[in-house]
Ligand binder design. Structure first.
Ligand code: PLP
Length: 367
């Protein structure tokens, strides 16, 4: 079976370095918010292109929650998001009392700039884009709308580490950006982790206060904060992986380029990359009319697949109860959820495995 992903392969690529770092941290006697976290924050901000600051937190969801709080989002504020976004983004928005307002995505699965203005009300405070599947949203029209309307701009970069738009990495466009270092993410650790990035040092300072009991210095608490700290082991291991990101992204691109060049099946629609973007292939997502049948066909032939994701956030029970959304509210999104299939994509695949995926996909002939 070729799995959709196998995290142990990424570990084995740099096993010695990870093991050495783990032992070093274990022996150091310092385990939460220390020099590894500081080092990772500085190195990640620099790797994104500098001119920004980073605060490490415990996971991507809390990066969203704490980042929005630190940027001044208030209960009742409306935040425009894409209807095919991830549930964690909506949870972060709702946990700080704000309201997600949904807009359909474009043909690249990203927030459709042309539909934003119709969703703006007097309560709208911000636009939050999620750069889905490892591809940047086309930012120019969105930046223009935010400027014109005086809206804040946030980026969920949990799937878009080092995915650029017109040469600038995602995470550097808005007021704050939220990263996850969950193990499956392109820059994923060996447990939970997250980070907030901003060009505004005050926002990052506030995140650092909120993540640590609302404390600005020891035993002095200025806001009702949380415990959202990043631990030293994760930060240390992430520093190791960060050094190898160019190579890891090249590995993924090699797999994707073979899929793009060799998958030829009129029933399978391949992903497209708009001008100005370099895809980082967090997921390799194709579209197939018979989603379930295609997955079953590949499963029988030893190829694992996934759907990211079958149910859009506004149809999750936790949201339908509160907001009363129904199937049919966002037909573009539902069309996506009903047809997307992710093919195997991971930090390392053999040429034979890539060939097998391609052959099996090409041999699919529908029912
Ligand atoms: C993974 C993910 C998150 C949440 O990150 P966690 O670290 O799992 O909390 C948020 N948004 C998007 C788009 C994600 O893919």
């Amino acid at each position: 079976m070729i799995p959709i992903n196998d995290l142990s392969r990424g570990f084995r690529l740099y096993q010695k370095e990870y093991e050495d770092k783990a032992v070093e941290v274990l022996r150091s006697g310092w385990y939460v918010l220390g020099n590894e976290v500081k080092g990772f924050e500085a190195e990640f901000a620099a790797a994104l292109g500098g001119d920004c600051f980073c605060a490490g937190v415990d996971n991507g969801l809390d990066a969203i929650l704490v980042g929005l709080m630190a940027a001044g989002i208030q209960p009742g504020d409306e935040i425009i998001v894409q209807a095919n976004g991830y549930i964690a983004t909506m949870l972060g928005i709702m946990q700080c009392g704000a309201v997600p307002v949904f807009v359909e995505p474009d043909e690249y699965y990203q927030l459709d700039a042309d539909r934003i203005e119709a969703a703006v009300t007097e309560r709208t405070r911000a636009v939050l884009v999620t750069h889905l599947y490892g591809l940047a949203t086309r930012m120019d029209p969105i930046l223009e709308i935010c400027r014109k309307r005086g809206l804040m701009l946030f980026e969920d970069c949990a799937q878009s580490h080092f995915a650029p738009w017109n040469g600038l990495n995602t995470g550097l466009f808005g007021d704050a950006a939220f990263f996850s270092f969950y193990p499956t993410k392109n820059l994923g650790g060996f447990g939970d982790g997250g980070g907030v990035i901003s060009r505004n040092p005050e926002i990052i300072e506030r995140v650092k206060v909120i993540r640590n009991y609302g404390s600005d210095y020891r035993y002095h608490n200025i806001v009702i904060g949380y415990n959202d700290r990043l631990d030293e082991l994760q930060a240390g291991l992430l520093r190791v992986k960060l050094r190898h990101m160019p190579e890891l992204l090249r590995n993924r691109d090699h797999i994707a380029q073979r899929y793009l060049a060799e998958i030829r099946n009129p029933l399978v629609e391949l992903p497209r990359v708009p001008e100005g973007c370099v895809h980082t292939w967090y997921q390799f997502v194709v579209r197939v009319g018979d989603q379930a049948g295609f997955r079953e066909f590949l499963k029988e032939r030893g190829v694992g697949t996934d759907i990211a994701w079958k149910t859009p956030p506004y149809l999750q029970p936790c949201m339908t109860e509160k907001f009363g959304y129904r199937r049919g509210d966002f037909p573009v999104t539902e069309g996506i959820c009903d047809t997307v299939v992710s093919l195997p994509m991971m930090d390392w695949m053999s040429e034979e495995e890539i060939t097998k995926v391609i052959q099996e996909v090409n041999s699919y002939a529908g029912v």
